[in-house]
Design a protein. Structure first.
Length: 282
């Protein structure tokens, strides 16, 4: 069987919300968005039996590794700012856990939420794969109460071998100087800035774009939606500017509803691009 078009690796999470919980994590949002954009999807994750990832993502080919507990987060949003606690962690995902025939996937997104992937994970995939890395999961620590803090990375480069690195300005709250290291090593760096838009480094220079207009309902997963749309359009066009517009349009649509139900189709994204031609990298 051929490799999926789009492979995403990382923990599916149990996100505590008022009245219960829902499945989250980069693997969840990226898998749904890639599927709605017409790609076949493979997921490699680790979670306990309280999360049935295959049932939640029935369209995907899922490798769910066993765990005693699922990685669990509690998020609270106040005035556009998120405070987050980690309540449980499922454990590492190893290079050997990725099926051999998935390592030639056209697009790969590494989306750890809590350093569950080794820094050299991008090396597991073929040279022809377009590999994106979400930095967020390597830039976190917690205090004794589980409050998540943004923490600079001081280990082996987790971005080594990737083609696109995704980060948010929130992740860099304590050390913006990390950007210099990344732009020296990675061809494309895309940094989201919430409602302010995004910046993209490519061909030796930074460019910035405003956000697409949208009434925000639920920002969870917007960065993952951006990354997924960006990679898919970059593979399609080879143009980081077009990729940024596409990813930002998809992300803006995703925040207009709650959870994965708001993830847009390609037709939705293309309509938004036509409606706002002025929103572009400058």
């Amino acid at each position: 069987m051929p490799a999926p078009d789009f492979v995403v690796v990382g923990h599916a999470t149990r996100d505590l919300v008022p009245g219960g919980s829902r499945m989250g994590g980069t693997v969840t949002f990226a898998a749904v968005q890639a599927h709605r954009l017409g790609l076949s999807v493979g997921v490699v994750t680790r979670a306990a039996s309280d999360l049935d990832v295959q049932a939640e993502l029935p369209f995907a080919r899922v490798v769910q590794l066993p765990a005693d507990v699922s990685t669990t987060f509690e998020n609270v949003y106040e005035r556009g700012t998120r405070s987050q606690h980690i309540r449980a962690h499922a454990g590492p995902i190893d290079l050997a856990d990725v099926p051999d025939d998935w390592r030639s996937a056209g697009i790969v997104l590494l989306g750890p939420v809590w350093s569950e992937l080794a820094p050299d994970f991008a090396a597991a995939f073929d040279a022809d794969s377009l590999v994106g890395v979400s930095a967020q999961g390597w830039l976190r620590s917690s205090d004794a109460d589980g409050l998540v803090r943004h923490t600079p990375w001081d280990g082996e480069p987790f971005w080594r071998g990737c083609d696109v690195l995704f980060v948010s300005d929130e992740d860099l709250a304590t050390d913006a100087g990390q950007l210099d290291r990344w732009t020296a090593d990675v061809p494309v760096v895309a940094m989201t800035e919430s409602w302010r838009g995004a910046r993209v480094y490519a061909s030796g220079a930074w460019r910035r774009m405003e956000a697409f207009p949208e009434q925000e309902v639920d920002p969870t997963g917007a960065g993952d939606t951006f990354a997924t749309g960006f990679l898919i359009q970059l593979q399609r066009t080879g143009d980081p500017a077009e990729a940024a517009r596409f990813g930002a349009a998809a992300a803006s649509l995703s925040v207009g509803g709650v959870g994965v139900a708001a993830m847009p189709t390609r037709a939705d994204v293309e309509e938004r691009l036509r409606r706002y031609p002025e929103v572009a990298l400058r």
